[in-house]
Design a binder for this molecule. Structure first.
Ligand code: MEV
Length: 436
């Protein structure tokens, strides 16, 4: 039986590892060797990573790749991508190259508003609460002044504060809904601090407000929302339909027709929509992670946005009008280029420098382009050659590594599979034949 432990976080790193090896690995020292092999020799760098979270015992590597040739609003970018899936960077690079000669990507930030709520209950008369809120509103806003001062200097701050009545959804449930502009910060800490301050002041002042007639609001919690339908960016591509022709495959018209049908399917059918949007998130998450942003927040917000009509649907859309093919995506993205890990993690700093030290708005546009490019690459493969050809080609090295092929064997088999289709079985057989 596994042993529980108290005070684990107080142990040193080595003590933690020793406890794990003794209790979960039957004292097998090999597990310890694996953990240690991922420690960084640079002690200062290792300590930085150790201190990002609690109970760090090692590092977990993800590949950091780059996708060049992204022409976005007439400017060329090399995109940093942190992702484990073999074919994603290659797909992004292909899509970038394809659109490089067709005008590149165009983007527009449609809105940048963030949102948070003080969730509370109130059992008295609605009108009494409304009147009390209107009276207290200026003081509630004023109470955040020490917190908003610096943000206001950077062009951000609180945009609005509203009382929302949700008693039709849950008895006695109301919200103070606060909207924010957070400039180049993602703003989670700023928003949550403001909300908590507003909540405390609201409860305190309510006790003094005689017009509430003995009923007091009770704050349940105060927290930002990761659903940001008013912080949206659009990325798009367009070209003459004839420019879409794929040699050896289709005319431009045929390609556009199939491509648009594929998008329509994702617009009307949730099973396909989820996979379609997952492909978009391949590009989005890779840059969100490389730039030190919170990919769980982005994922949650994007998928909620995809379901805003009441049915989960495609985030991207495509049309063919007057022989012009147009393909675009709207994504809600609350991102930051200051704060958080941005000035701490050396690879995040590198990624932001590679992108030319973007503002949060710039980063929203770059990330949306990566999502659109990924979606384009996936749909192009799916509607022409099928996805497995390209995917397995990129996965070949993983299979060869799994089979412990040596460098000479890898070289020969990579050449062999240039003209043969890749599968786990086929690679196994080819390696067996080579070794025989
Ligand atoms: C795989 O990671 C992503 C795709 O499944 C996306 C799609 O089906 O559109 C290829």
């Amino acid at each position: 039986m596994q042993k529980s432990i108290s005070g684990f976080s107080k142990l040193s790193k080595v003590e933690k590892i020793n406890w794990l090896i003794a209790n979960h690995f039957g004292n097998n020292k090999q597990a310890k060797t694996v953990l240690k092999s991922y420690w960084n020799e640079d002690k200062k760098l290792q300590q930085l990573h150790d201190e990002f979270i609690e109970n760090t015992i090692s590092n977990f590597y993800m590949p950091f790749g780059v996708a060049p040739n992204f022409l976005i609003n007439e400017r060329l970018y090399v995109l940093p991508m942190t992702i484990e899936e073999s074919s994603v960077v290659a797909a992004a690079s292909n899509a970038a190259k394809f659109w490089l000669t067709r005008g590149g990507f165009k983007t527009t930030v449609l809105s940048t508003e963030k949102i948070g709520h003080v969730h509370f209950t109130f059992k008295g008369e609605k009108d009494t609460l409304r009147n009390c809120f209107e009276t207290l509103k200026p003081q509630l806003l004023k109470t955040t002044a020490p917190l908003t001062k610096n943000m206001e200097k950077r062009g951000g701050g609180i945009l609005d504060l509203k009382l929302i009545d949700y008693t039709s959804k849950m008895p006695h449930y109301y919200q103070l809904e606060v909207t924010f502009e957070t400039a180049d910060a993602m703003g989670a800490n700023f928003i949550n601090s403001c909300l908590e301050q507003i909540a405390v002041t609201f409860e305190t002042l309510s006790k003094e407000a005689s017009n509430l007639k003995g009923f007091l609001p009770e704050v349940i919690m105060s927290i930002l929302s990761n659903y940001v339908p008013n912080c949206v960016v659009r990325a798009e591509v367009c070209c003459a339909v004839d420019d879409l022709s794929l040699e050896g495959h289709f005319t431009g018209n045929k390609f556009a027709e199939k491509f648009i049908q594929a998008v329509r399917i994702a617009e009307v059918e949730p099973f396909r929509a989820v996979t379609h949007n997952k492909g978009i998130m391949n590009g989005v998450d890779a840059i969100v992670i490389a730039t030190g942003n919170d990919f769980r927040a982005v994922e949650a917000g994007v998928h909620a946005y995809a379901a805003k009509s009441g049915q989960y649907a495609s985030l991207s859309h495509a049309t063919l009008e007057n022989n012009i093919f147009r393909f675009w995506v709207d994504l809600p993205l609350a991102l930051g280029t200051v704060g958080g890990l941005t000035a701490l993690h050396p690879m995040v700093k590198f990624a932001l420098e590679l992108l030319g030290k973007p503002s949060a708005k710039d980063l929203m546009q770059i990330v949306a382009v990566a999502g659109l490019a990924q979606n384009f690459a996936a749909l192009r493969s799916l509607t022409t050659t099928g996805i497995q050809k390209g995917h397995m080609k990129m996965h070949l090295l993983n299979i060869l590594n799994q089979l412990e092929a040596n460098p000479a064997e890898k070289e020969q088999l990579i050449t062999h599979f240039k003209t043969n289709s890749v599968s786990q079985r086929a690679v196994f057989e080819a390696l067996k034949n080579l070794r025989a």
